[in-house]
Design a protein around this ligand. Structure first.
Ligand code: GDP
Length: 365
């Protein structure tokens, strides 16, 4: 999964990106944490992976991973190609979801590019750039399809449909709020790969004293939440500065530090939970002496396709999946005990894999 971090300058993007990638890299010893300064791979914290690895004395532990991309150059005018704007927009096109950092903290020492703190205006500024870029994509597509539309009914319909989408965007609305009734039309829209259909998580960056989970949220956060509801986005409240401090700590210190702040989870954990839920993702597990590994799939994925995540041969030659749930295994202490109780199931092609399934795939080569 690939997440792109966007936001106006000085809202705390780099602070958040650096702390997320550092925390994720350190906690799981991920071998390839930094590909380039703007891309970081973060291990998904999952205690199930650690417990399983212990049980099987696995030589290697490979947690699920999320790739974060710091897309710093999205500023006012980016869509007009000012600076490196277009390149940044192209980067966003490749992510599965957008993490949009909005400034929800007051601090007179840190200049806001537009002179005052106003998260909704900030969101609108970024959205405008994304919408503008989408309109350009549509214009090109409409022009191309129009050339072939004279003798092709389907293309003629496509042009009409895309013009409607464009009018919606020109109203300042996101493509994801455009209601598509027809399946064919949905496919056309998907093929445009617009930026404003991408799932969005707002990272409301607050000050340390506003972070406690039982405390009152500030008005900025409340405004972001209300907006997010309207566009089907998620919100997570974070203090980038605190995350930076957390990233320096080892696991025990971290726990204590979070408790002192009245928090259950770090920002990284909250963000990962929000992303999994927003994108409808779950993890299944494979475990043995060689390695224990978590694999990320979409909810609803069937056994052969889940097997295909590991290797395409597993999918092609799929025979069956031997499945036990993580909870059953932990409760009974060993695979042997689970087998005796009949808790290890043989599942076929139509089996829908569940979160926390531990699976051995049987396949023909
Ligand atoms: P970017 O331009 O969006 O990448 O922003 P930076 O991460 O460079 O942060 C801009 C400034 O805001 C830096 O001086 C940070 O230390 C500061 N900053 C980031 N997060 C917070 C926060 O939660 N509270 C406060 N008071 N300052 C923050």
């Amino acid at each position: 999964m690939k997440l792109g971090i966007v936001g106006l300058p000085n809202v705390g993007k780099s602070t958040l990106f650096n702390s997320l990638t550092k925390a994720g890299a350190e906690s799981a010893n991920y071998p390839f944490c930094t590909i380039d300064p703007n891309v970081g791979i973060v291990a998904v914290p999952d205690s199930r992976v650690d417990h399983l690895a212990e049980m099987y004395h696995s030589k290697k532990v490979i947690p699920a991973a999320i790739e974060f991309v710091d897309i710093a150059g999205l500023v006012k005018g980016a869509s007009k190609g000012e600076g490196l704007g277009n390149q940044f927009l192209a980067n966003i096109r490749e992510v599965d979801a957008i993490v949009h950092v909005v400034r929800c903290f007051d601090d007179s020492n840190i200049v806001h590019v537009d002179g005052s703190v106003n998260p909704l205006r900030d969101i609108e500024t970024i959205n405008f750039e994304l919408i503008f870029s989408d309109i350009e994509v549509l214009d090109r597509r409409i022009a191309k399809s129009t050339r072939g539309a004279r003798n092709d009914k389907a293309l003629a319909h496509e042009v009409e449909f895309l013009k409607e989408v464009k009018a919606h965007l020109e109203d300042g609305k996101l493509a994801k709020t455009f209601v598509v009734e027809d399946e064919e039309d949905q496919l056309i829209l998907n093929s445009c790969n617009l930026l404003t259909v991408k799932p969005v998580i707002f990272a409301a960056n607050v000050n340390e004293d506003e972070l406690a989970e039982d405390g009152q949220e500030n008005d900025y956060v409340a405004a972001v939440r209300k907006y997010a509801e309207d566009v089907d986005a998620k919100v997570f409240v974070v203090c980038a500065q605190i995350e930076q401090e957390i990233a320096e700590l080892d696991d025990d210190e971290k726990k204590e530090f979070l408790e002192d702040l009245g928090l259950k989870e770090s920002g990284l954990e909250k963000l990962i939970a929000a992303s999994y839920s927003l994108l409808g993702l779950i993890s299944f597990l494979t475990s043995g002496e060689d390695e224990t590994r978590a694999w990320t799939i979409k909810k609803g994925t069937k056994a052969p396709q889940a097997a295909g995540k590991i290797h395409s041969d597993f999918e092609r030659g799929f025979i069956c999946a031997e499945v036990v749930s993580y909870d059953d295994l932990m409760e009974n202490g060993s695979m042997h005990a689970c087998k005796e109780k009949g808790l290890v199931r043989q599942e076929g092609k139509e089996y829908v894999v569940k979160d926390g399934d531990i699976i051995v795939f049987r396949f023909n080569v």
